[in-house]
Design a binder for this molecule. Structure first.
Ligand code: NCD
Length: 313
């Protein structure tokens, strides 16, 4: 049985095959409409979510399956003190696959050790968010026709933003990448990611505070929200929250084929006037999340055997 807890749980080849399956689903959704008839997805969300939970539910329903779950720790027995391990064991009797979001780093991993069904990490604290990464990869692929050979600027809260951490891990495996980290000093990419992922990859990278200086180089601009809920005090959040606001004016020097991505929700880091720019791809990105999650559910349930390699244990 396979789970998806960390982006590197799937090999590069498996990831590429999953993206190919998602592309097939986009082309011919009808072929996939009943593959999950009679199957159940449980969405166990201990933290707020709109896109991730709804796109998981939409994905399962578009495959013919059904969904159950909760959307808030206070709505579940966690409020009574139940452990993640017990919840995972029990829900395995109610559903065929579990998507879990948790405020504690590592909680979905713990669930995967106890569950009798595949577990998907739908975001764990400030750590990882592998299904957002699959969404991001599919969007880059569809915008550029390839993933490698790309200069990506990641901008905003690179410290607490789990989508950034997972995306860097996944992209570092592609060829000929270049990373530009754009953030205030206080919100830089964690040292362990630079040391364990970016440097060993051998890809060139730079860090800057000035978005305008690097704009002309970028093929992808990945904007992120300052993660208020991960700050230790409100004062720091207030000081840093408006560090970057992307406006039409700042895009004047950008490439004509730049793609602007954002995992959403945005607060004010992308001005609404940018939405009309054809380079704004974030709503398309959110839509891609459904197709990639359809492909993921099929792969983990063994219904798309071409995607994942057999592994021991
Ligand atoms: C992201 C998350 O939850 O980490 N949202 C999402 O899943 N699309 C990004 C964020 O909350 O800022």
């Amino acid at each position: 049985m396979r789970h998806l807890i960390d982006p590197l749980d799937f090999s590069l080849e498996e990831t590429d095959r999953l993206l190919a399956l998602a592309t097939d689903i986009i082309r011919e959704p009808g072929r996939f409409a009943h593959l999950c008839d009679g199957r159940i997805l449980a969405t166990l969300f201990y933290e707020p979510s709109t896109r991730t939970r709804l796109s998981f539910e939409s994905a399962m329903m578009r495959l013919g399956g059904k969904v159950l779950g909760f959307a808030g720790a206070d709505m579940s027995s966690a409020a009574k003190g139940e452990s993640v391990a017990d919840t995972a064991r029990m829900v395995s009797g109610y559903a065929d696959i579990i998507a879990m979001r948790h405020f504690k780093e590592g909680a979905p991993y713990v669930a995967s050790r106890y569950a009798g069904v595949p577990v998907i990490n739908a975001g764990d604290g400030g750590h990882q968010h592998p299904t957002q990464t699959l969404t991001d990869l599919l969007t880059i692929l569809r915008c550029r026709g390839k993933i490698g050979g790309t200069t990506i600027g990641l901008c905003g809260d690179l410290k607490f933003g789990r989508t950034v951490h997972s995306l860097i891990k996944a992209l570092a495996r592609y060829e000929d990448m270049r990373f530009v980290f754009i953030s205030p000093d206080e919100l830089k990419v964690p040292g362990y990611i630079v040391k364990e992922v970016v440097r060993p990859s051998g890809h060139p990278y730079e860090s800057t505070r000035a978005m305008e200086d690097v704009m002309p180089q970028l093929d992808i601009l990945y904007m992120t929200r300052v993660q208020r809920e991960r700050f230790f005090n409100e004062e720091d959040y207030v000081r840093l929250k408006d560090s970057y606001v992307l406006t039409a004016d700042k895009l004047r020097t950008a490439k004509p084929d730049l793609a602007i991505l954002h995992p959403l929700p945005r607060v004010n880091e992308i001005s609404p006037e940018v939405d009309d720019d054809p380079r704004a791809k974030y709503f398309e990105q959110a839509r891609n999340g459904v197709f990639v999650r359809m492909a993921l559910i099929l792969a983990l349930l063994g219904l798309a055997p071409e995607v994942l390699q057999e592994r021991g244990a």
